[in-house]
Design a protein around this ligand. Structure first.
Ligand SMILES: [Mg+2]
Length: 278
């Protein structure tokens, strides 16, 4: 990675790793449920955090069939009821003859902590509309002054140095208003030479990287893509020939195309410092 000139960063889960907002989101969702279901919501949430629930990071929640699924590249390998009773292979084959197509409402890929409370809420009967309203309310809360966002000091330090030596580009699926507020809270506003909002990753990741390549006159071999979503930021960039750093806190991508894999921002800071600033 010693010829890198341009670094493309994702925003959420990449430039910060705050988790307070997930609790806020979980509370909003829980409070929309009938009182008798709020306690079991809470128990499920704790069990998932502790890793003792059938719903785990890397699995899928099929809200229509109320089943939890394990898969390889979308191909269902095992399935369970919410309570953890395994579903037979025959049933699975009849339900899922084709690879899974994930969406935001019924087939939820549990790739980060946003998806945990919404899966529980849907299991207890919350509608997609109510769940989406809670999501928007959480994003709004994150924009207010009440929501404090502290950058990881060592990462802020590395980013500050990187922006003097490299072309830094922000590429996020979030809209500009939200993203700019978050950048401001983190103190990162002046560090990016270009910002791409509503990037529509993973569908448009390759197009965006092609735009960056042309606009900034940089071949893919000199570009580094950094992100915490393997499908959005790592795989499409790797296929084009970019270097990549995958942030993988839940250890989901053991066999991956990533040039480097780190467990979080602290490890990312050390790697960037060692590889790009020495
Ligand atoms: Mg992210």
């Amino acid at each position: 990675m010693n010829n890198i000139s341009t670094i493309v960063f994702d925003l959420d889960g990449t430039l910060y790793e705050d988790t307070h907002h997930f609790q806020y989101y979980a509370d909003l969702l829980k409070n929309k449920l009938p009182a008798e279901k709020q306690t079991t919501f809470e128990e499920d949430y704790k069990a998932i955090e502790a890793g003792t629930h059938t719903l785990k990071m890397g699995r899928v929640y099929d809200a229509k069939k109320d089943l939890i699924l394990a898969h390889n590249d979308g191909k269902v390998s095992r399935g369970w009821t919410w309570g953890g009773v395994e579903v037979s292979q025959e049933e699975l084959t009849s339900y899922y003859p084709e690879p899974l197509q994930f969406d935001l409402f019924d087939m939820l890929s549990i790739g980060d902590l946003w998806w945990v409370p919404v899966s529980i809420a849907k299991h207890y009967g919350l509608s997609s509309e109510e769940a989406y309203a809670a999501f928007l309310q959480t994003r709004e809360h994150m924009m207010t002054d009440d929501f404090l966002l502290e950058p990881l000091a060592e990462f802020a330090n590395v980013l500050e140095k990187l922006h003097k030596k490299y072309t830094l580009i922000l590429m996020t699926n979030s809209p500009q208003t939200d993203s700019d507020v978050i950048l401001k809270k983190l103190g990162f506003t002046s560090y990016f030479h270009d910002k791409i909002y509503e990037a529509n990753k993973p569908v448009h990741t390759a197009d965006r990287l092609s735009y960056i390549s042309k606009e900034h006159h940089v071949p893919y071999s000199q570009m580094l893509s950094v992100g915490d979503n393997y499908i959005n930021e790592i795989l499409p960039a790797a296929l084009l020939g970019c270097s990549t750093i995958c942030i993988d806190p839940f250890n989901l991508f053991k066999e991956s195309e990533a040039t480097y894999t780190v467990s979080g921002l602290s490890e990312l800071s050390k790697l960037l410092d060692k590889s790009f600033l020495k």
